[in-house]
Write a protein that binds this ligand. Sequence first.
Ligand SMILES: Cc1cc2nc3c(=O)[nH]c(=O)nc-3n(C[C@H](O)[C@H](O)[C@H](O)COP(=O)(O)OP(=O)(O)OC[C@H]3O[C@@H](n4cnc5c(N)ncnc54)[C@H](O)[C@@H]3O)c2cc1C
Length: 820
Amino acid sequence: MAAAQDPILPASARVVVIGGGIIGCSVAYHLAHLGCEVLLLERDRLTSGTTWHAAGLIVTFGSTSETSTEMRKYSRDLYTRLPAETGQETGFRPCGFIEVAADADRLEEYRRVAAFNRLMGIDVHELSPREVGELFPLARVDDILAGFYVKEDGRANPVDVTMALAKGARLKGARIVEGVAVGRVLSRGGAVAGVETSHGTVQCETVVNCAGMWARELGASSGVNIPLQAAEHYYLITGPLAGIARDWPVLEDPGSYGYYREEGGGLMIGLFEPEAAAWKVEGVPKNFSFGEIEPDWERMTPFLEKAMARVPAAQAAGIKKFFCGPESFTPDLLPIVGPAPELKNYFVAAGLNSIGILTGGGIGRLLAHWIFTGDPQADVTGIHVDRLHRYQSNPEYRRTRTVEALGMVYRCHYPTRSMASARGARRSPLHDRLAARGAYFKDVSGWEGADWYAPLGAEPKVERLSWGRQNWFPYWRAEHEACRNGVILMDMSFMSKFVVQGRDAGRVLDWLSANNVDGEPGRITYTQWLNERGTIEADLTITKLDDGQFLVVASDTAHGHVLARLRRHCEERHAFATDVTGAQAQINIQGPRSRELLQALTSADLSNDGFPFRCAREIDLGLARVLAIRITYLGELGYELYVPAEQATHVHERLVAAGERVGMRHAGLKALASLRMEKGYRDYGHDIDNTDSVLEAGLGFAVDLKKPGGFIGRDAVLAKKAAGPLTRRLLQVLVLDPEPMMFHAEPVFRDGRPAGYVRAASYGHTLGGAVGLAMIDAGEPIDQAWCEAGRWEIDIAGKRYPARASARPMLDPQARRIRA
Ligand SMILES: Cc1cc2nc3c(=O)[nH]c(=O)nc-3n(C[C@H](O)[C@H](O)[C@H](O)COP(=O)(O)OP(=O)(O)OC[C@H]3O[C@@H](n4cnc5c(N)ncnc54)[C@H](O)[C@@H]3O)c2cc1C
């Protein structure tokens, strides 16, 4: 322990932040600036974990997430102004940053990223190879295609940044105590009550686990799941190089696994090797401070050689230091942030995946607002701690996934790429049958999800990832068309399913839901759950099976969030939520011939009168009894079948046999995406999120403002309505040229002016072009006439394409197909 004297701790604090790396100090800084009483406890000295040895790249370029981009911009600005505020330097120097594209696919990726980043206010310039060479004369540029340059980016000193944040926090009244380790978080009645430390107990209302690579084990001691894993992370420092200058920009060439910047008259070459190594899977030593890891030269030499080839002079400069330090990586390369579902008032900010310095300011601001006001003020659906699953903390999972995760930072981020490691952990009961029918699987929250099916005789294999049409494009089109014109079977067993029972179950669900979900039994209702601000927390269906018995269904990614919210609201009521996700398969039969197919297998009356839209009823199907619900997410007549897991294969057999007579096809998740997108159906966490008012999301039709008793967020919805016509709204957009593909983050222009960006997209095989949902900020009232009056364009990889925008679904706006 470094502390000279025994630290004296206060008996209590409102918030205790655990860990004095950049993240803990940033959280404390921002809490203190909000006027919140905060105590930060650091086991050893500030920065002694991972922060002290970071390279300090400060880069705003590179993300297509609005949340991450805003955090990057904010952090850069904060590090620029902290010295004036605190008197402590941050070492930030805006020497510039260049991302190099050395192949056509990366060029396409960076052009798409650059378009989005420009929309977010980042001044990105595409440079020719010659211009890259002029800015970084030691780089080899004859084999590159372009560079993407942000003049205002650069580098900082991570230790100085952290010290400046700590000083700024202290100036606003935060207490920061070094040499105190938190052993355990204390709880009472399911909520945080304090911390037990090496120097006594401190009572508190809230804790924030910012313990870096130790966060997983600290969380586990309170039952909180934080599946991060430390990995070896390297940079090399060469001897002096003639001609190098401190004001050269940072250069990054992901194709060569390296980034390059001046360091002490030589070069720092940082590495993200394609196959990494996890470090200390069994647990990080408690006394590891300012530590280094013995470099694995044998493993790293081939990657190092490739990286050095980008700056050939580096090879002759000699190696001053080959440094290896641990950094935390997460299963999906996104940080782990927010309130833990397992314990009230337990917050987490950890797992920074090598960008903890360049996003540190933003993470601290976001979390401080979340703690202090309940509103993170950003889309947190992708980074929320509750998206992760307990099995992801298994040693084998962490060991294998981490090998892939670190390298993924520098791979080309093809939008259809799925992580390939630690697969097969969760499988539908139909998995083997779907595989036998040619399914190509992707990772869907750890489930093996059938993405598309290769036809008989073809292999379910991606021949080459790309930004365009891949070898499976025709298979996808055929599945899409089969749903529009015939009938398809889609396995959706990965959907999150909860049974809610009890005398108060209806009341609890009606209070949570913006729609009326507690009417007649035997009916399914589409609804959102809102927060007090009237923005969306969940998007789901609720089926009233009987009085006091409901089935709640949400997407796979919402599992933890929905269950946590349900359980919190069931507390102290006679209402009980049971997770039945694995107990029930969900098989979708959709398309104009779906009724004909199902009717051949059941004695139940499936006619329009006997089984209308939104009807939910148990029916016989062969030797099974299934819950059949007439509903669609694809825009067609269709049914969801909820089948006890042990009867799923039997039901599948019967469906396949009867399906032969009507030309039934199996369809995968690519078809799900294209079919639902043509109809403008929303997907929470993709095109709508926690920052959107339910009205702006275009879901006012699913809000029942008149239901007795009201619901969470009702006042905010009423206030929004009273404020006048909407000037921000989610619109469907369609590219008129059938060729280009959209995925996410493409900027949208109306009459030549930026209007928003595409939140999620697919290809509309029926509409005849790329189709997406875009949040449009107009500054004037938006309605259908306004949409039709505009001249719309969408920027795809730097080229603008004419487009259409609509507030109404472009496909079947009267919903005739659904009610057929
Ligand atoms: C080689 C290398 C280069 C990097 N380069 C960059 C870069 O250029 N740009 C960038 O943005 N990021 C970079 N990073 C990543 C960056 O360093 C990390 O993301 C960041 O430092 C993580 O900060 P943290 O606060 O989460 O963790 P840490 O710095 O590890 O802080 C956690 C703190 O918690 C303390 N602690 C743990 N347990 C307890 C307990 N029980 N009680 C009290 N205290 C506790 C620890 O002592 C530690 O100080 C790099 C990382 C490496 C390894």
